[in-house]
Every structure is written in C-alpha cells, then in structure tokens.
Design a protein around this ligand. Structure first.
Ligand SMILES: Cc1ncc(COP(=O)(O)O)c(C=O)c1O
Length: 382
C-alpha cells in the first residue's frame, strides 16, 4: 500500500489492523449460546450431559426431514431458490395467508434484524420489554437504532401500558415477545387489543411468536388470525422450536405485503439455504407429529412447574415459577441464579442462568426433567 501515514510506534498511535469505528458495540453483551453437552460430559467424565439451555425440543428431527435434506444437498453446488417459492406457498397454505405476505430468513432472529434495519435510521427507537429475548439489544444496536427497554412487571411479563407510554416520535418498531423468552409469561387477547389500539399505526409492532405451538391458554391470541388485518403488525414464527429445525436456521414472518416485500429486499441473498428449504417443506408435512410432541412437552412443562413451585414457595424474593406457555420454565432466583446454574452443571445438566435475575430451564424428555428436578432439589435447599 502506498501513501499510508499510519505508524505503529509513538504516542497516540493505534496498533496495526482494521479500524473498527463502532465504539458503541463495545458495550454490547455477547449472545450466549447453550454450552456443548459433549464438552461438559468430557469434563465431568460422564457418558453424557443433558442440555436444557436452548429451548430445543428433545425428540430429534421430524420424520422425513433427514431424508429430504440429504436429497436436497446432492444439489449443494447450486444456489437455492432465492424467492423461496415452494416453501412460501406451503407456509401460505398451512397458515391460510397469501404468499406475498410471507418472508423467510436464516432463523426468525435474522428476520427481526431485517425488520429493524428496514424501519430504523440511526437514532430511531425500538421499544421492548426487558428481560426478554437476549438477541433484541444486539439486533437494535448493530442496526444503529436505540433500545428503549421497559422493565417487566412484577409477574415477569410485559408491562404493556408502560410500553405504550414509552412510544415517542422516534419510535419506529416495538418488539412484543409472546410467550416471553426467558420468563415464559404470555399476553392475553384483551390486553394486546388495547395495546395495539394505543400504538400509532405508523409504528411497526412485531409479535415474536417463536413458542406459539406450545400455547395452551385459549385467551392467548394467535397473532396470525387475531391481528392479520392490522397493517402495522408483523408476526414472527420459527421452525427452530416445535418443528425441530434449530440447526437448519429457518424462520418466517407474516405481515402486510409491503412489509414482507421490503424484508425480502433487505434479506441477505440466498440466506434461506437449500437444506433449510427442503427440511422445512418436509417438516410442514408432519403437523400431526408436531402436535403430538408439543402435547408431551406441555404435559412435562406443567409437571415440572408444579414440582418446582413446591420447592420455590411464592413468598420468597422474586416469587415462584410463573406460569409458562412455552417449552421452558423460569426460576426467579435473583442473586442465586449463577450458583444454581453452576450446581446443575457440576451434575451434568446445562441450564441457562441470567446473572442476578433467574434461570431458564428448557423442558426435556421425562427422564431429563426428572434428572433436573433431582438436582434442583439439592441446589434449591443449599
Ligand atoms: C423469542 C425468540 N424469538 C426468536 C428466536 C430465534 O429463533 P430462530 O432464529 O432459531 O428462528 C428465539 C430463539 O431462541 C426466541 O426465543
């Protein structure tokens, strides 16, 4: 290179390397993925460890998925269909919406990011409840927008009145996580109706329904059917959880055709991979099996909640385990969260502690949940 005046010596000189000018990113927390069970098992000298940290469903890929993906990747030297036409059509048919209202992405987390990028200029505000999905602050900051976090209410759920009050002229987007990750709490129809009526119609409301398939409370609305007629509402869904495709990275959104078209424009080209498209098409043919698996998860969720509530009485600091409509439960252990997480890990069970707040525990198989409850017994009483 010629003409460079950079020098690496002398006072005030910066070290060699690219100039990373985004000082605002220094303050960002890293996304914390669940720990590898294989690593933990090796460390502890156990045949295997149990992972209850990432809200996956424990029953393996759905029937037909592995074969469909294997067949598709025989053509891996070709780009996938960038329009994702067959999959969008299948989703449209399954959910009773027009395909032009759908956009797919590399997981619904990518779609959340695309939506923020599509709506926010630097300084624009994104409102969300906190604590909620840990990717939200990362997405907002990397997009150059400003996070407006509204504290969860005493029951660990969204405070919708405070969220509506937090809307300003700079607000472009609101993230509503229903059910909420990591607390499992959910919002009911009447309160969501009120909230949506209160939000200006030029502000996009993103209903993140990653855990919709586990909802059993009839009062918790399905955003697609309840709010499909509201142009400023977008519903995010994922195939990572109930549909068992976390490793393939595939999610979708349903919104106003203009919103969906804009997202399809800003999406990273070809980011819905060949394998993801084939796997999702095969998974969508297994709706009955998904329902069966979700029912197993729900039965276990209710059993684990009841067992934990006996160990964690309502009167203690932080309260008891809130009712979960997702495939995980929340232990509001406050300052004890990290110690509890460590105690589980030393016994070969990986859960997800959030320092100073609580611990999220994914519902596994009955045997995995029993193993967790046995550890919780001693960890909660010491
Ligand atoms: C609330 C919520 N939204 C979105 C996602 C992202 O899912 P994915 O990117 O795997 O589709 C998750 C994953 O944990 C989540 O909890």
């Amino acid at each position: 290179m010629t003409g460079s005046t950079n020098s690496t010596s002398g006072p005030g000189r910066r070290p060699p390397g690219p100039r990373l000018t985004r000082a605002d990113l220094d303050a960002l927390p890293n996304y914390v993925p669940g720990r590898s069970p294989a690593d933990l098992a090796r460390e502890l000298g156990l045949p295997e460890a149990i992972k209850l940290a990432s809200n996956e469903v424990p029953y393996g890929p759905l029937p037909g998925v592995v074969e469909a993906v294997a067949e598709a990747v025989a053509g891996a030297h070709r780009y996938p269909d960038m329009g994702v036409l067959a999959l969008r059509d299948a989703l449209a048919e399954r959910y009773g919406v027009d395909a032009d209202r759908i956009a797919t992405g590399c997981g619904s987390v990518a779609l959340a990011e695309h939506l923020v990028r599509a709506t926010c200029l630097p300084g624009d505000e994104v409102v969300y409840s906190w604590r909620s999905f840990e990717a939200y602050p990362i997405i907002v900051a990397t997009s150059g927008a400003t996070s407006v976090r509204v504290p969860n209410d005493a029951g660990h759920g969204h405070d919708l009145a405070a969220m509506a009050a937090a809307v300003t002229d700079r607000t472009r987007l609101i993230l509503v996580c229903n059910p909420n990750n990591p607390t499992g709490t959910s919002l009911r129809r009447a309160e969501l109706d009120r909230f949506l009526d209160a939000v200006p119609d030029d502000v996009l409301v993103v209903l993140d329904e990653a855990y919709r398939e586990f909802v059993t409370d009839a009062e918790v609305p399905d955003g697609l059917t309840a709010y499909g007629d509201r142009p400023n509402v977008v519903v995010l869904r994922t195939l990572s959880k109930a549909w068992g495709l976390a490793g393939l990275r595939i999610g979708f959104l349903v919104g106003h055709p203009e919103v969906a078209a804009t997202v399809r424009k800003v999406v990273t080209p070809f980011s819905t991979s060949l394998a993801a498209q084939a796997g999702a098409l095969a998974a969508l043919r297994q709706a009955d099996e998904v329902r069966r698996r979700c029912a197993l998860v729900v039965a276990e969720r209710d059993r684990v909640t009841e067992a934990l509530r006996k160990r964690l009485p309502a009167g203690q600091v932080g309260g008891t385990v809130p009712e979960s409509q997702a495939n995980f439960v929340w232990l509001p252990l406050g300052d004890r969260s990290v110690t509890f997480g460590r105690a589980c890990e030393t016994r070969g069970i990986i859960v997800r502690p959030f320092a100073g707040e609580g611990v999220r525990v994914t519902i596994g198989t009955p045997a995995e949940n029993d193993a967790f409850l046995a550890v919780a017994d001693s960890a909660l009483t010491t």
